[in-house]
Design a protein around this ligand. Structure first.
Ligand code: 13P
Length: 256
């Protein structure tokens, strides 16, 4: 991480876990554990129905609440969807866009991801854009092409002024929920590639302001090593974000 130019952000992605009541208890448990994190922003990306209890439980704290998805239109006949404006009005600050689970199970394409990124930024939300290669792509040696393509397509048409509100999460698909983590070298190499790609598109100043996270089985044991890298500015945490002590340990590692 490099705090001179950009924020260090540890974000929990709860995925489809916790009912509203359970969410309240989990936030109550996490809140005191992360309250001393001065150098790192803590974000909890919760299911839509948990947003309200999570916001209540984090009132007057520095913990920000994020959503895990949104629709790109402001309103209209899109049954079951939630717009960026709806999230903003509630007090949501971040939104995960293009998580590999959404790409895999819900058919999200790079084009859809791009529309969501533009809509999120327009509404004032900070998108956490997820990119990552499959195991097959890594083995074929096309990780670099895959990542560059995803970043370029996700950021197509984004105004350079908005780039500093951007978060990109590198989540190798083979490391998600598998207990397998990318090595520090692998994670650092791809996070550096992401920044280089943003630099090509938007220039050096914009590129150095972007928070780039690693995600994929990040935990209390491996967080410090990953976060020691110049181009890894935080983490997007799945499983470990549901365990208060583990999440605390990751926030502590980022706060060093
Ligand atoms: P795990 O930390 O459970 O591997 O999940 C990572 C992830 O998908 C975060 O978005």
């Amino acid at each position: 991480m490099n705090r001179r130019y950009r924020k260090t952000i540890i974000a929990g992605n709860w995925k489809m876990n916790k009912t509203p009541k359970e969410a309240r208890s989990l936030v109550d448990a996490i809140r005191p554990l992360v309250s001393k994190a001065k150098w790192c922003t803590t974000v909890l990306c919760v299911p839509f129905v948990d947003i309200s209890p999570a916001l209540k439980a984090t009132r007057a704290t520095k913990i920000a609440i994020g959503a895990q998805n949104m629709h790109w239109e402001a309103s209209g006949a899109y049954t079951g969807e939630v717009s960026a404006q709806m999230l903003v009005e509630m007090g949501v600050k971040y939104v995960i866009v293009g998580h590999s689970e959404r790409r895999q199970y819900f058919g999200e394409t790079d084009e859809i991801v791009n529309k969501k990124v533009l809509a999120a930024m327009e509404a004032g939300l900070k998108p956490i854009i997820c990119v990552g290669e499959t195991l097959e792509e890594r083995e074929l040696g096309i990780t670099e092409e895959r990542i560059r393509l995803q970043v370029k397509r996700a950021l197509h048409g984004v105004n350079v002024e908005n780039i500093r509100r951007l978060v990109v999460a590198y989540e190798p698909i083979w490391a998600i929920g598998t207990g397998k983590t990318a090595t520090v070298e692998q994670a650092s190499e791809v996070c550096t590639l992401i920044r280089d790609t943003i630099r090509e598109l938007f220039g050096a100043r914009a590129a150095r302001s972007v928070t780039i996270q690693y995600g994929g089985s990040m935990n209390a044991e491996n967080a410090a090593g990953l976060l020691s890298q110049l181009n890894i500015d935080g983490g997007l945490i799945g499983g470990a974000s549901l365990k208060p002590e583990s999440f605390k340990a990751i926030v502590d590692a980022a706060n060093q």
